[in-house]
Design a protein around this ligand. Structure first.
Ligand code: GLU
Ligand code: ZN
Length: 321
């Protein structure tokens, strides 16, 4: 059987060289953790003679703070972490995400879901499936049609993709075990069915999810290397699965160790991590040095009379890629 696969809009080409990115959500200014991620991905791009792009992931508009976008840019520049090419804003890319959703729908692998978080929680209790603390609930497939495929969708008309009051989930095949090689952590694997279940690509309030948006943007920006915090490691298998369905090239992944606070918790804007101090070059350099320490970089110039540009050059030299 020949499957018609529409040509993906993918600018990634191995011949084009390394293209990395930093993709902060503007929910607050940069803190020690996000600076370490920014520095790690910047160094990896520079070490590989590549490009480093900045993408503002302002998709979840209720959580975004308008000033944060500007603050993040000023903080990066104050630390000498300048980016190549134009900044992409996810809030302006609805059509691209919708087009990807339509393509997946054309493959007959989406279905509408009206479950609330509570419905899902109740279903899991009924099924005796426990959700460990800090983990997402596995979707138990409550709304999943028993048979999927375009013919079935035609027989039992589904709501159109425009229907905003429903979430759209992707129906995973029975065997959906994803494996990938992380450049730092080595071989990784996740069984999507038991770890996450059919996941949401567009929420019932019409917002596209991070999983879909990040995959579309990384492909359309031709990103070859994704260097980001380890907190995102559990999302990677989902993203690889979507890349495969959409016919995109799989980028390389490097997940960096997280910066933890004194209680061993991940620093985040939610835990009110303090923003980095970039009031002048001296303070910015202090923040960069802390970030480098978190990344495990050694043998960097620690004197007073070193400029940020010099320090970054030295850091690029010691960065292992
Ligand atoms: N926007 C995401 C965050 O700030 C990062 C996305 C990514 O690097 O894939 O956590
Ligand atoms: Zn449902």
């Amino acid at each position: 059987m020949i499957l018609a696969v529409s040509t993906p809009k993918n600018l990634a080409s191995p011949a084009g060289g390394y293209r990395g990115r930093f993709a902060p959500s503007p929910t607050g200014p940069l803190h020690a953790g996000s600076l370490a991620t920014a520095l790690g991905s910047w160094l990896d791009a520079r070490k590989n003679g590549g490009k480093w792009l900045l993408r503002i992931e302002d998709l979840d508009t209720p959580r975004c703070i308008p000033e944060a976008t500007q603050q993040i840019q000023s903080q990066l520049l104050a630390c000498g972490l300048s980016w190549d090419e134009e900044i992409i804003y996810q809030s302006q890319r609805q059509e691209a995400y919708q087009a990807a959703l339509e393509r997946l729908n054309g493959q007959g692998c989406l279905y509408a879901c009206t479950c609330s978080r509570q419905t899902i929680a109740n279903a899991l209790i009924r099924l005796g499936i426990e959700t460990p603390r800090n983990q997402e609930m596995v979707y138990p497939g409550t709304c999943r049609p028993t048979t999927l495929g375009i013919a079935d969708l035609n027989r039992n008309p589904q709501p159109t993709l425009q229907d905003l009051k429903r979430a759209w989930r992707i129906a995973l095949p029975a065997d959906c075990h994803i494996q990938f090689q992380d450049l730092g952590l080595g071989q990784q694997s996740q069984d999507l069915n038991t770890a996450v279940g059919d996941f949401v690509l567009r929420r019932s309030d019409g917002l596209f999810t991070y999983q879909l948006a990040v995959v579309v943007d990384d492909a359309e920006q031709g990103i070859t290397h994704i260097v980001r915090g380890e907190d995102l490691l559990s999302n990677t298998a989902r993203q690889i699965y979507l890349q495969d369905l959409l016919g995109y090239i799989r980028p390389e992944y490097l997940h960096l160790p997280l910066v933890l606070d004194e209680h061993g918790e991940k620093l985040s804007k939610q835990t009110l991590a303090t923003q980095i101090n970039t009031q002048d070059e001296k303070h910015s350099l202090i923040e960069l040095r802390k970030a480098a320490k978190h990344l495990g970089l050694r043998n960097l110039p620690d004197g007073e009379n070193v400029t940020i540009a010099e320090w970054l050059l030295a850091a690029t030299h010691v960065w292992k890629s």
